[in-house]
Design a binder for this molecule. Structure first.
Ligand code: NDP
Ligand code: MG
Length: 382
């Protein structure tokens, strides 16, 4: 099947961005715009290989450097948030992969939605903060939002053919448990940045890898699933599945459980978000059932991994609770990554922000941004 799609990638130099480009190359799609923060060397390489119309560096100095390096090419260079928004809106692209990390992705995602683009959404933080507004805008502008996150892609795949969402009894998110599965709080106290950056099954950016160690990632994904599939928190559950072979499951009212299986390879969910409703041959590693080992399941430990408990609380609270949780977590994870606070302090700081910042129901965009800011300040002033 021929795939004449043109894709823009926000965050092309990151883990998801690079794997997206592998899929694009393998499937014969073309690139409209690429964006990054400061990694000029990798951006130059990507531009020379994929020849986009526009390349954007968030960082002004990096953009000036890139402009010099690309002087012999036809690619235009832009910078800053203006540039990111321009990349998101680029008329020639039909699909935008949102693979920047953090709440910074919210404005460009909204911009792409208002152009009616298909959004292949990796940037889960935007949905956690502003899921309701993002979904409303998408409905109003006829923009499809398709999940890149492997669990949500698995749910989406397991929901194909479901004619009435009321037939869904429960969404079951699988969780690898991260590098610290089975550890006690006493042991976690001494975990360092290096320990936290060793994930058993996935090779990802630093922020999401820490989130996978605290299990905050699963909490963010719980809220992401509520918004993507319009499900109340009571209808979503989480099961530890160390092998990351079953990527998530849907339980229906007749007790049938439909799952999607595969090797832990993000290129498959990325590709499905680009080709849906079709499937095409692609670069993802095939699954060999006889060698993937036994598949195991367990309950998550909410007492040890308090970030997950806090996220579930935010999920039940609704309103700006998601923005507060996420803003506090982004701030706390950067403090952990730069060595300012310990591993268990991440949950302490997030909890403190959730206690201090007042939740507003049915928030406007301004109220969401205020909640995010107040939560970050609460973390930094602790
Ligand atoms: P990375 O850290 O690997 O990449 C982040 C990308 O965003 C890079 O291109 C980076 O540019 C750019 N970026 C970082 N900060 C800014 C900023 N302030 N302004 C503009 N651009 C910025 O992250 P991942 O690819 O791992 O994750 C991206 C998103 O996808 C996250 O939301 C994550 O939760 C989600 N996700 C990731 C998965 C994975 O397997 N990696 C799985 C599921 C979801 P530069 O290189 O110049 O710093
Ligand atoms: Mg995931």
């Amino acid at each position: 099947m021929e795939m004449s799609k043109r894709i823009s990638i926000l965050g092309s130099t990151g883990s998801i961005g690079r794997q997206s480009l592998e899929v694009i190359a393998a499937c014969g799609m073309t690139v409209g715009a690429l964006t990054a923060n400061s990694n000029v060397a990798r951006m130059e390489e990507q531009v020379r290989q994929f020849r986009p119309e526009l390349a954007v560096m968030m960082d002004e100095k990096a953009a000036a450097d890139l402009k010099v390096r690309l002087a012999d090419t036809k690619t235009r260079v832009a910078s800053g948030m203006e540039g990111l928004v321009e990349a998101a809106e680029l008329p020639s692209a039909d699909t935008v992969i949102t693979a920047v990390v953090g709440m910074i992705g919210l404005r460009p995602t909204m911009a792409a939605i208002r152009e009616g683009k298909r959004i292949a959404l990796a940037n889960k933080e935007t949905l956690v903060c502003a899921g309701q507004l993002v979904q409303e805008e998408a409905r109003d502008w006829g923009a499809e939002i398709l999940p890149v996150d492997s669990e949500h892609s698995a749910l989406f795949q397991s929901l194909q053919g479901c004619k009435d969402r009321r037939e869904v009894k429960r969404l079951i998110l699988t969780c690898s448990g991260g590098p610290f599965f089975g550890r006690s709080r006493e042991e976690l106290k001494h975990m360092t940045r290096e320990d936290a950056l060793q994930h058993p099954n996935w090779n990802m950016g630093a922020k999401i890898t820490v989130d996978s160690a605290t299990l905050m990632n699963k909490g963010l994904e719980f809220i992401e699933a509520m918004h993507l599939y319009h499900m109340p928190p009571e209808k979503i559950s989480i099961v530890i599945h160390r092998e990351s072979i079953i990527h998530s499951l849907v339980e229906y009212c007749d007790n049938a459980v439909i799952a999607q299986l595969g090797t832990p390879d993000m290129r498959l969910p990325i590709q499905y978000a680009l080709t849906w409703p079709r499937r095409v041959e692609g670069p993802a590693t095939p699954l060999d059932l006889c060698s993937c080992g036994p598949l195991t399941f367990a309950q998550p430990d909410l007492d040890t991994f308090r970030c997950l408990a806090l996220a579930l609380k935010a999920a039940r609270t609704g309103g700006t609770a998601g923005a507060i949780l996420n803003g506090a977590n982004e701030a706390a994870v950067s403090l952990f990554l730069d060595g300012t606070i310990g591993f268990l302090d991440i949950a302490d700081r997030v909890e403190r922000a959730m206690d201090q910042v007042k939740v507003v129901q049915d928030p406007t965009m301004t109220q969401i941004l205020e909640a995010d800011q107040a939560a970050r300040e609460a973390v930094l002033s602790a």
